[in-house]
Design a binder for this molecule. Structure first.
Ligand code: SF4
Ligand code: MG
Length: 335
């Protein structure tokens, strides 16, 4: 398979009046063409900042302070904003948690999709309208010929999120970055939107980065998962490895806190106690040491390196050291 994105040792900081907040502290990952990966972690773990860095959309006082980003074979780390804009417009699309932040309430849904299509593909008005209807149909909007003339407020929350996806897809991007795209939706609609993203990935071969705090969301869509904490990737592996053979205590904690249907409506098993590290003074050793149930002396003294649990499965945790005690954990996740 072909590489679409390669991020090497990315470091991003926010230069605030109280000092440098080291939001991303050395993150490396890749994404192949047509592949979907999940970036999972609590808020403040660095998952959104990672995607904003990749898009070069960091807001002041944020700045990339190190590393390399290669997109479609091009080094975009220091690419001028003008060129970056054309890449963002034509090759990368983003969807966010709240579609109302991206949909304009005073224009019809159809007009907004047509706008996007005409900007990217230079089609005539009539052709763009046909295409807009086709895309609305593709994302599962019922009677798209009528709905194309609706305003955003005439759509339900789930339909607005579909319309957002339609807009994002209108330029047939190589990469779709979805940041908590289903967080505001109820469980049924959430499942439909995820199913939709999965189908679209297969239909138009778009690569996807799905960012979420909820491991349950990425399971069906993504083939690989990166688990982030304290501005670092704590664990990375194939989806089934992360779910059934997790190696990092933070991943285990996230798995235990997935809402489980068999326990009743939205019942969370065990929340992870404590709070994430202060990245103004980031810990030099394991960032999870203050919350980890298995903390050893070395954890508080030295940053763990990445250990390979097996091929393509790495964990930044001292427990994988050959001299560490072997732990047995039941996360409650059943095959
Ligand atoms: Fe826990 Fe130590 Fe592993 Fe950090 S390195 S997650 S403190 S066991
Ligand atoms: Mg976020």
């Amino acid at each position: 398979s072909e590489r679409l994105l390669e991020v090497k040792n990315l470091r991003t900081s926010f230069f605030t009046h109280v000092g440098e907040v080291r939001a991303i502290r050395g993150v490396s990952f890749y994404l192949d063409k047509g592949e979907a990966i999940g970036i999972v972690g609590e808020s403040g773990s660095g998952k959104s900042v990672t995607s904003m860095s990749v898009m070069k959309l960091l807001q002041y006082p944020g700045r990339i302070v190190g590393g390399e980003i290669t997109f479609n074979g091009k080094d975009i780390t220091n690419m001028p904003e003008k060129e970056m804009q054309s890449i963002r417009g034509n090759e990368i699309a983003m969807i966010f948690q709240d579609p109302m932040t991206s949909l304009n309430p005073v224009y019809t849904i159809g007009n907004q999709i047509m706008e996007a299509i005409r900007r990217h593909q230079g089609l005539s008005k009539r052709k763009a309208r046909e295409k807009a209807i086709e895309i609305l149909k593709l994302v599962g909007i019922p009677s798209p010929e009528k709905r194309v003339d609706n305003y955003p407020h005439e759509f339900s929350g789930g339909m607005r999120q579909r319309a957002m996806i339609a807009m994002a897809l209108s330029c047939e991007p190589n990469l779709l970055i979805a940041d908590e795209p289903t967080t505001a939706l109820d469980v049924t609609i959430q499942a439909q939107i995820l199913e939709l993203m999965k189908n679209l990935k297969e239909k138009i071969n778009t690569s996807i980065i799905l960012i979420t705090h909820d491991l349950g969301v990425v399971a069906d869509v993504c083939s690989r998962i990166l688990v982030m904490y304290g501005g670092l990737i704590m664990e990375e592996g194939k989806t089934e490895e992360i779910f059934y053979n997790p190696k990092h205590p933070y991943t285990m904690g996230l798995l235990k806190s997935i809402p489980r249907l068999d326990l009743g409506e939205n019942k969370r098993l065990v929340p992870i106690e404590g709070s994430p590290p202060d990245l103004l003074k980031p810990p030099k050793a394991c960032p999870f040491a203050t919350r980890c149930p298995y903390t050893m002396k070395v954890c508080e003294e030295m940053m763990p390196p990445y250990f390979e649990a097996e091929k393509n499965h790495r964990s930044q945790c001292w427990l994988l050291h050959e001299d560490a005690p072997k732990i047995q954990v039941d996360t409650g996740v059943k095959r």
